[in-house]
Design a protein around this ligand. Structure first.
Ligand SMILES: NC(=O)c1ccc[n+]([C@@H]2O[C@H](COP(=O)([O-])OP(=O)(O)OC[C@H]3O[C@@H](n4cnc5c(N)ncnc54)[C@H](OP(=O)(O)O)[C@@H]3O)[C@@H](O)[C@H]2O)c1
Length: 337
């Protein structure tokens, strides 16, 4: 089968299609024919050798797929051939087929297409766990979402609104800020989001933090008493492992805080990584189901654009597109092309 095997790290030109054996399942697993793979920001880090959750090289890249079950192991009795499923995984997503323990092959509700399911999968669930399970947000609270036109960001905006929050979102371009407005949130610029919030007399109760550096610091200072900042990523930090100045800047810009600062204003600093939690299916799956219930109840649809569906053979361009901050919502890879 075709797959993108990462055998050396680097720029987008290290991404190549290889021919590898089709996976063989054990008794507890299912084999999924992949319809689409989702591209996550973490894949850019993984390609550069900067992602702590990556397995040892060489490995097949890709953290999530949607597709159809075409084979089931002897002991699997809760899934059937033909089921449409979404799979979250540490490796194996950029491929034509993937095997997984059946518990991680999550049925896709009938009302969502494959394109929609791969567009909400990992990113919306990350936003959901941050908002609902960790920050425990409530109706009427104020939410600030950074990179709010991106995958996690647009999920956080739509879920936050559905939970009854008033939502503000930052983005780098006018086009992205229009998308934020269209979703029902109030768009802001990175440069002065804290000043704008202050002019409006608004203090966020929750911040979904994915940028780092000065954006993180100004956000933390703007938090309301009893506010919660959920650290999910730090896309604003670009690292060149061979350049000491870049390494210093990365160290400087990684969000951190002192307990005394948290204590003095009664705020919470939280960290979330969905990947490291995959071995906790008993915690994750009920929460996933709760998110789907809210989505279905509110007819929430993820943000994706037809032109952001790339053939797997053009995976390098897809990575470059995300690196250049051009994506709005999800980038999707089609392994049949
Ligand atoms: N912890 C977890 O479990 C988990 C799970 C999923 C994702 N994440 C993290 O959540 C964040 C969003 O992930 P995503 O897959 O949904 O990506 P995304 O938001 O669709 O794309 C990344 C966005 O980050 C913003 N950005 C700011 N500075 C940037 C820079 N210097 N270079 C590139 N982009 C920059 C850009 O939006 P603007 O142009 O509007 O600034 C860009 O579109 C990432 O930090 C990712 O690592 C974490």
């Amino acid at each position: 089968m075709k797959a993108v095997v990462l055998d050396k790290t680097g720029k987008t030109n290290v991404l190549k299609i290889s021919d590898v054996d089709k996976p063989k399942i054990n008794d507890n697993q299912v084999l999924v024919k992949v319809k689409y793979s989702g591209l996550n920001y973490a894949d850019l880090l993984s390609r550069q050798g900067l992602y702590s959750w990556s397995p040892k090289r060489p490995y097949i890249m890709g953290l999530e797929v949607v597709g159809e079950i075409i084979e089931i192991g002897k002991s699997v009795n809760d899934r059937s051939i033909g089921d449409r499923v979404l799979v979250g995984t540490q490796t194996g997503g950029y491929a034509e087929y993937i095997k997984t323990d059946s518990v991680y092959a999550l049925p896709i509700p009938d009302s969502y297409s494959f394109e929609e399911a791969v567009s909400f999968g990992v990113v919306w669930f990350t936003a959901w766990v941050g908002l609902y399970e960790m920050a425990r947000v409530r109706k009427g609270e104020i939410l600030l979402v950074h990179a709010a036109a991106g995958g996690v960001g647009s999920g956080a905006v739509k879920l936050g609104l559905a939970l009854g929050m008033k939502v503000y979102g930052t983005a780098s371009t006018d086009e992205k800020r229009q998308v934020i407005r269209k979703m029902g949130a109030i768009p802001l610029k990175y440069d002065d989001f804290d000043q704008e919030l202050s002019k409006l007399g608004v203090k966020p109760d929750c911040i979904i933090e994915t940028i780092g550096g000065d954006v993180y610091r100004r956000g933390f200072d703007a938090l309301a008493p009893m506010g919660r900042i959920v650290l999910i990523g730090a896309s604003g930090i670009q690292v060149n492992k061979w350049n000491p100045i870049s390494l210093y800047r990365a160290w400087r810009d990684i969000p951190r805080t002192k307990m005394s600062r948290v204590l003095r204003r009664s705020r919470a600093f939280m960290g979330l990584h969905i990947g490291y939690m995959l071995d906790e299916p008993d915690r994750l799956i009920p929460s996933w189901q709760k998110m789907l219930d809210i989505m279905i109840e509110n007819d929430l649809r993820p943000v994706f654009r037809e032109e952001q569906i790339y053939p797997l053979s053009r995976v390098s361009e897809a990575h470059q597109f995300m690196h250049d901050r051009k994506n709005i919502g999800k980038i999707i890879l089609d392994p049949s092309l």
